[in-house]
Design a protein around this ligand. Structure first.
Ligand SMILES: Cc1ncc(COP(=O)(O)O)c(C=O)c1O
Length: 405
């Protein structure tokens, strides 16, 4: 069978594959602990549910404009005013099938084949394949100082004549690092000076801890939005725990947004009206759920840090936000794929290998689930990896016996 060169270069999303693996093992009755998840467990906000049932009951479920329904654009305009202090027009807003699609169509809009997209490492698993889907080249940049907090000099060194765009995700999946104000300000101004597109993947921007101040990239530019090459992406998936609704959006200059809408119009058309209405409900409704989720995640982060700090040999930087941490397990195994396989096989704990995020020797561990999953999961991992562990471990009435050293 002959498939295209681009198609051949695309890998399955490792995080989606892991979710499937966990579901299959659970169906078999295995006591899986999923520390690889990428979605909060809180319920959909009630205002989102009511908005969906309203339109569902009308029995009139039709196509929507390719760039989104006016009510969602209006809600995004209000959101942008509140959180980014920018008054934008409906023509500056595109509603998409998740932040994922918003990023994808932004990249398809700006990247020519062979051009380069720069992003700091560790990076979200989809960025390299998204660049490949455009025939372009993803360039990960690992901060030189050994932290996961990039500085402008890290990026600057990699910018060349093929560089077209920079993609920044802060707070970051997988490290939980919220990049410094200095870096955000520097990167906005640098991209303007060098005439580069800057895509800000802000999907976790409200899920931050320890009283940190949210950073707003628009604070560091004087350009009117229609002269700017910055595109800000956001969505309802994480902050409202609405991953299954698949609604995200992009805010940017109207020429870009128009082109993004043209592309989306041929890909999927506008997102489902049901789901857009749900997003409107969430954005315009009672907001206490977001703060509850944020506070729960901060508590879970603290539990995860306590567990990992007492894990002999494991090194981890305390996350500033998100619901992930990225821990260095290289003292046990340098090949993170092997280690992740070992942990699922031996103690049914699901983790995501660091290699998928561009840094081997690490595992991404999520704390978006129950506290008990965090404590039990790390307990099992310690048992599996510490050679001085007792020979047996009970999981419920199941007895595990160490048959490895
Ligand atoms: C950094 C980052 N960007 C974008 C997305 C996609 O979000 P959505 O569900 O809105 O497509 C995710 C989801 O895991 C993510 O971690």
């Amino acid at each position: 069978m002959s498939i295209s060169e681009i198609a051949k270069s695309i890998h399955a999303s490792p995080t989606l594959a892991l979710n499937e693996k966990a579901a299959i093992l659970r169906e078999k009755g295995d006591p899986v602990i999923h520390l690889g998840g990428g979605e909060p467990k809180s319920r959909t906000p009630v205002d989102a549910i009511l908005a969906t049932t309203g339109i569902l009951n009308s029995g009139e479920i039709r196509y929507t404009p390719a760039d989104g329904i006016p009510a969602l654009k209006k809600a995004v305009i209000r959101y942008t005013d509140e959180f980014y202090d920018r008054l934008v027009a409906p023509e500056n807003v595109l509603a998409s099938g998740g932040a994922k699609q918003a990023i994808m169509v932004a990249l398809q809009t700006v990247l020519n084949p062979q051009e380069e997209l720069i992003y700091p490492a560790p990076y979200w698993v989809s960025y390299p394949d998204m660049a490949k889907l455009c025939g372009a080249i993803g360039i990960p940049v690992l901060p030189e100082d050994g932290t996961f907090y990039p500085r402008l000099s890290d990026i600057e060194q990699r910018v060349g004549s093929y560089t077209k765009a920079v993609l920044i995700n802060s707070p970051n999946n997988p490290s939980g690092a919220m990049y410094s104000e200095e870096f955000i300000s520097d990167i906005v101004q640098f991209c303007e000076r060098r005439d580069l597109y800057l895509i800000m993947d802000d999907i976790y921007h409200r899920l931050i801890f320890d009283g940190r101040k949210r950073l707003n990239p628009f604070d560091y530019t004087n350009k009117p939005i229609d002269e700017s090459k910055m595109i800000v992406v956001n969505g309802v998936s994480k902050q409202y725990a609405m991953t299954g609704y698949r609604i995200g959006w992009a805010v940017g200059n109207r020429k870009l947004i128009e082109t993004m809408a043209n592309i989306q119009g041929h890909q999927t058309s506008g997102p489902s009206v049901l789901l857009q209405k749900a997003a409107v409900g969430a954005l315009n409704g009672i907001q206490s759920g977001v703060e509850n989720l944020r506070a729960t995640l901060e508590n879970n982060r603290n539990v995860m840090m306590d567990q990992l700090n007492s894990f002999e040999g494991v090194k981890v930087t305390k996350p500033d936000g998100t619901f992930y941490c990225f821990a260095d397990f290289s003292v046990y195994e340098k090949d993170s794929n092997k280690l992740s396989e070992f942990l699922i096989d031996k103690v049914q704990v699901l983790t995501v290998p660091g290699a998928e995020f561009g840094v081997d020797g690490y595992l991404r561990l999520s704390y978006c689930g129950a506290v008990k999953d965090i404590t039990d999961g790390i307990e099992r991992m310690k048992w599996a990896l510490d050679p001085n562990s007792p020979n047996e471990l009970y999981i419920g009435d199941r007895k595990l016996v160490r048959d490895w050293t």
